[in-house]
Design a protein around this ligand. Structure first.
Ligand code: ZN
Ligand code: ZN
Length: 354
């Protein structure tokens, strides 16, 4: 029988950036190549995106099982497969859907995998199971999707979380349609993809942010109007950008949005305005009366399903959606780059390339 690369390299360890302690830099160390279960694939990682949410995990200590290899935006090449895997073969270019779901519960059956009742007990790559800040990553084959050949690895990795979360929010939760007045609050990794998906649907898109460079990029990606949150009256600016009507749908990608963001959204809604909350809010103190009298609604949107990911990859391939990758680093630069992301210095996604 032919020897696989892994068998040849069995003695060789691989390098990974591990999260040991809350608020501390990741530790780069060597691990043994993991043994594959019957339904696993071993991925030789090519790119792993650094998601803003990860910094919150490091800073706030939301993970219980430590140490762990972080990194949930993963793309790479199948290096080896478990004996029961028939869906993928060695050499396939793949992207990972990070949240393992059961496939059987009511929500999975309806294509709402991210609401799966087994979410808390299944391996979640980069959260409760080792993720992609490593040369190799072991993933259940059910969580691995092929990447169209037109999409490079670095772009594909960012689609695994930032792209998918934005796609699900805009297309599924928001159901954005032609001529909708859409506000994208927050122009980080998710916002940059949300702007593009909303434009593709034919919406009038207004992007709100604080960083000049990021707002410039939002315009390059198709935003019709930009609002500088620190300098302008947000609700007045939204009314001006919508011929006085106000926003039909507002997406908040702002991490830990407080009363100010919520009030700005409320004050700038058209009647029947819908808010889709994606970034986690702080505890809020807001008046909900307009929800009743003006028919507003508020809904959350979390990640996206595997079907969404497959759909989105096709859409990205066919519609020339632009990559949000702004910086490529080596594994050794990861702590330094996370510091730059914390300071908001990188307009776009930073990815670790292998
Ligand atoms: Zn993420
Ligand atoms: Zn399920």
């Amino acid at each position: 029988m032919m020897q696989t690369q892994v068998e040849r390299d069995k003695e060789a360890n691989f390098r990974a950036a591990r999260f040991y302690k809350v608020g501390q830099p990741l530790v780069i160390e060597e691990l043994e190549v993991p043994k594959l279960g019957e339904k696993d694939v071993l991925i030789k990682v090519k790119s792993a995106g650094i998601c803003r949410g990860e910094l919150d995990l490091i800073d706030a200590g939301m993970l219980r099982k430590l140490p762990i290899t972080l990194g949930h935006e993963i793309s790479g090449v199948v290096e080896d497969t478990g004996i029961q895997v028939s869906t993928h073969k060695i050499g396939d270019r793949v992207v990972v859907h990070a949240l393992t779901t059961c496939g059987n519960c009511e929500y999975c059956q309806q294509g709402q995998d991210m609401l799966c009742t087994s979410l808390l007990t299944s391996p979640q790559y980069g959260f409760t199971a080792d993720g992609g800040y490593a040369e190799f990553c072991k993933v259940n084959a059910s969580q691995v999707l092929p990447i169209p050949s037109e999409i490079p690895f670095d772009f594909a990795s960012t689609l695994g979380c930032a792209g998918l979360t934005a796609y699900h929010a805009v297309v599924k939760a928001g159901r954005v349609a032609a001529n909708d007045n859409v506000v994208v609050y927050g122009v980080g990794g998710l916002g940059m993809y949300a702007i593009q998906f909303a434009k593709l649907a034919g919406a009038n898109v207004i992007a709100i942010g604080r960083n000049e460079e990021k707002l410039k990029k939002a315009v390059d990606l198709g935003a019709d109007h930009v609002i500088r949150a620190a300098e302008q009256n947000v609700s007045t600016a939204i009314k001006n950008a919508t011929n006085g009507k106000g926003a039909d749908i507002t997406f908040s990608f702002v991490p830990f949005a407080g009363n100010e963001v919520m009030k700005n959204c409320w004050d700038s809604f058209a009647n029947g305005g819908r808010m889709i909350l994606v970034g986690l809010p702080r505890p809020l103190n807001i008046d909900l009366t307009p929800i009743v009298f003006r028919g507003f609604s508020l809904r959350g949107s979390f990640y996206g399903s595997k079907a969404d990911l497959a759909e989105m990859l096709e859409l990205v391939k066919n519609n020339k959606i632009k990559s949000d990758v702004a910086k490529t680093i080596s594994l050794d630069e990861i702590n330094q780059s996370m510091e730059s992301i914390r300071k908001g210095e990188i307009a776009g996604r930073c990815v670790v390339a292998f």
